[in-house]
Design a protein around this ligand. Structure first.
Ligand SMILES: CC(C)(COP(=O)(O)OP(=O)(O)OC[C@H]1O[C@@H](n2cnc3c(N)ncnc32)[C@H](O)[C@@H]1OP(=O)(O)O)[C@@H](O)C(=O)NCCC(=O)NCCS
Length: 420
């Protein structure tokens, strides 16, 4: 194969990229052309990259969707990698690997401090420092149980004096966005994305989903094949939760099943007079720390945890992440301070080695590569990283400044609520 180059996608590349997409996934379905135009418009001009051969022929492409994602209840700019397709006749020659590395570098330039994606193959993305971060869970309820919640809450209003339930209009977009952000902060959520005001407005204008708002909450849900699917539900008080869930369950005679893409620990679990269905669908996603300093500075941390932990990172694709770091937590905020450049990993004979981290011996901080850092960020305990071969060195004991300190920094069970 000829030499591979990456460059920004321009408008005139779109037909050939759509052809590669269709050769990869089949023709666009109903409404697919609108979707294609929308995501192309969102990412042209810096967020869509192509790999081309030395004759300029486009062999593959991928895009970086501009998202905001909660980590510890605070929102970080997150690059959502999607639309990675390679021309079938050019596969197996490193096109996607070249593309993924270029996408990660571009996210660094754009200020996206973390990245997530829904993979079809994990190996490809592991090469570029991604690791499995969590799942997008789909929890299912019997609609009549939700209907009962509404009956118990009575009425169609929120708390006393609150605005009554009504259908949401496009000019409610800002309000829905603010309510979703506030809910992530209140529950110190990690993983969920908050749709932008424009995304909410588009959703409400297209009128494909049912959307209702009341004083301190809202719900957005779809209906097909006898099942309701709740995309968003935010409630602040028990009354508004009962009203919104009751509304969702009110059609139990025609739609007996309710699927939800929400926090697996949504408080509805505690209020429901029955159990969720035992079948839960879980779609795994992968994450990458793109900018360690920016990500730690932006993330929310437990306000009563004061910790100082050491870490050595080897990240050849994002060298700014490499080095020996002190992570400090105080008052709910974190700082990553570089102590020095990471010592080059060496084997037992003192020869420099690349690839996964090697042991640094006792007294050295824990050592991870980009994958290990991404897994740590997503709340995998150090003991689990060690077992998977993603961390070495450090203090495997539970001393305050060893593994336990890093576990305390990144403690979380992240989930994503939206497939992209
Ligand atoms: C997946 C895809 C993007 C890979 O493109 P590619 O240019 O062939 O990838 P690379 O040559 O850079 O291969 C990188 C690694 O990805 C993994 N990989 C590639 N295709 C794979 C497949 N079909 N199944 C499992 N792993 C695969 C391999 O580990 C490969 O490394 P190896 O060749 O050393 O084993 C391409 O096959 C494609 O477009 N598939 C259809 C669309 C798709 O699945 N896109 C990904 C969306 S997340």
């Amino acid at each position: 194969m000829s030499e591979l180059r990456t460059r920004d996608v321009v408008e005139s590349d779109l037909p050939s990229i759509l052809a590669i997409r269709n050769r990869s996934f089949g023709p666009l379905g109903v409404g697919g052309e609108d979707w294609w135009r929308r995501v192309s418009a969102e990412t042209l001009g810096g967020r869509m990259l192509a790999v081309v051969d030395d004759g300029g022929v486009v062999l593959g492409a991928g895009r970086i969707r501009p998202y905001e994602q909660a980590w510890g209840g605070r929102h970080l700019p997150m690059g959502g990698v999607a639309g990675v397709y390679v021309e079938p006749s050019a596969r197996g020659a490193g096109v996607a690997t070249t593309l993924t590395r270029a996408l990660v570098a571009r996210m660094g330039e754009l200020g996206d401090v973390v990245s997530c994606l829904f993979p079809t193959t994990a190996t490809l993305y592991r090469r570029s420092g991604y690791e499995i971060g969590g799942t997008q869970p789909r929890t299912t309820y019997a609609a009549h149980l939700l209907r009962d919640l509404g009956a118990a809450g009575a009425g169609r209003g929120g708390a006393d004096g609150a605005e009554r339930l009504r259908t949401a209009r496009p000019d409610d977009a800002q309000r829905l966005h603010d309510l979703a952000r506030a809910a992530h902060a209140r529950h110190t959520a990690s993983g969920p994305m908050v749709p932008s005001v424009a995304a909410f407005r588009g959703m409400l204008e297209r009128d494909e989903l049912n959307a209702y708002v009341l004083g301190d909450g809202f719900v957005v849900y779809g209906l097909s094949d006898g099942a309701v699917t709740v995309e968003h539900l935010v409630a602040t008080t028990p009354e508004s939760a009962a009203t919104l869930w009751g509304l969702v369950g009110s059609g139990s005679s025609a739609a007996p099943t309710v699927h939800t893409y929400l926090d697996p620990r949504d408080p509805v679990t505690l209020a429901l007079g029955g159990l969720a269905a035992t079948d839960v669908q879980q779609v795994p996603w992968m994450a990458r720390v793109v900018d360690l300093v920016g990500a730690v500075a932006g993330r929310g941390f437990a306000p009563h945890t004061s910790v100082e932990a050491s870490l050595v990172v080897d990240d050849s694709d994002m060298p700014a992440n490499s080095g020996r770091w002190t992570l400090t937590l105080a008052g709910g905020r974190g700082t990553a301070t570089r102590i020095d450049d990471a010592p080059t990993p060496r084997d037992g004979r003192g020869t420099e080695v690349g690839g996964p981290p090697t042991s640094t011996g006792r007294g050295e901080p824990l050592r991870v590569d980009a994958r290990g850092l991404s897994a740590l960020w997503c709340g995998w305990s150090v003991s689990r990283l060690r077992q998977a071969g993603l961390a070495t060195g450090g203090d495997p004991g539970r001393d305050a400044d060893g593994d336990a300190a890093l576990d305390a920094v990144f403690a979380s069970t992240p989930y994503i609520n939206e497939y992209f």
